[in-house]
Design a protein around this ligand. Structure first.
Ligand code: SAH
Length: 300
């Protein structure tokens, strides 16, 4: 390893540790949760985003088998969950407390998007304990509870139906926290390394038009004996990737299908000619034996 490599590796380790350290200072607080299944789903949502600290404020039914069932593999988050009786206890040692609310602008708190909130969470979590607070399924957080929060977080859902399922809201907010944590870690280049998204083009061929083309391509490859005993699926997978990458429009598809139609026609002709040749080779050779009594050769 060169010195430069070592530096990059160290930076990476440092920032990954820093991100993990910050994640460990973020807790998710669920207040008065009614359905134990939602506690399990929330634990799973947190765990997939690298957050593990769950605090339950006076849950209505907990522990409960439904919580473990919905947590799937995230039982460890449930097992380590802390249970307290009031929100004040849950956030006593926090220096940033954000309340997530489904109802926009009814409260006298500054309101932030999950993304803006996550940036603040991750920055505060460098040194301080941070809480993300979620309310009850039926009634959310009450005013007294919101008073304990420094700011509100609102997911800009459809205003006509803005209340997400509790665990879905936890997922959205925790996802943004994770994106902010990953953003800290320049060495990870988690997004830059990804393949570019497919380009959208005006007049792009539809799924069905492309599948029609791929079907004909598969038939043509068979007809021209392209595979020669190799697995057809593997060639088709590679060909699909090539064509899907090139964002074909309908005219491209028509042109390519025209080429295939000609290849299929030629394959058919070659097949017919081969069959004729074989038929001739197999036919009995006319000989004097087939001449009839008066010496004329039969036939014609
Ligand atoms: N009927 C309740 C909805 C509660 S949903 C109400 O009107 O407040 C349960 C919890 O999920 C909410 O308390 C909140 O913490 C979170 N949540 C649901 N939808 C949300 C949204 N659009 N933005 C932020 N948090 C939301």
């Amino acid at each position: 390893m060169s010195d430069a490599d070592v530096t990059v590796a160290n930076d990476h380790a440092t920032s990954a540790t820093a991100a993990a350290g910050r994640a460990a200072r973020v807790r998710v607080v669920l207040v008065g949760t009614q359905h134990p299944g939602n506690i399990g789903s929330a634990a799973r949502a947190m765990r997939t985003m690298g957050l593990r600290r769950l605090v339950l404020v006076a849950p209505q039914r907990y522990p409960h088998a439904d919580a473990n069932a919905m947590a799937a593999g995230a039982d460890d988050v449930l097992a380590a969950a802390v249970r307290v009786e009031t929100l004040a206890e849950a956030v006593a040692d926090c220096r940033l407390v954000l309340g997530c609310t489904a109802r926009s602008r009814r409260i006298a708190l500054d309101e932030h998007s999950p993304r803006a909130a996550a940036a603040q969470v991750v920055s505060a979590a460098a040194d301080d304990e941070v809480a993300l607070v979620f309310g009850r399924e039926r009634t959310g957080l009450d005013n007294e509870e919101l008073q304990l929060c420094h700011a509100a977080v609102h997911i800009a859902a459809d205003p006509g139906y803005s209340s997400l399922n509790l665990a879905a809201a936890v997922q959205v907010v925790c996802y943004e926290v994770r994106m902010a944590l990953l953003g800290l870690d320049a060495a990870m280049e988690w997004d830059a390394a990804a393949a570019p998204m497919p380009q959208r083009r005006a007049g792009a061929a539809s799924h069905a038009q492309l599948e029609g083309f791929f079907g004909q391509l598969a038939d043509t490859l068979d007809a021209i004996d392209f595979h020669k005993g190799r697995a057809p699926a593997s060639a088709m997978r590679k060909l699909r990737r090539i064509f899907l990458r090139s964002a074909l429009d309908l005219r491209d598809v028509r042109l390519l299908r025209g080429v295939l139609a000609d290849a299929q026609r030629m394959a058919r002709l070659a097949g017919e000619r081969g069959a004729e040749d074989r038929a001739q080779a197999d036919a009995p050779v006319p000989s004097t034996a087939s001449a009839n009594a008066d010496g004329r050769v039969s036939g014609g």
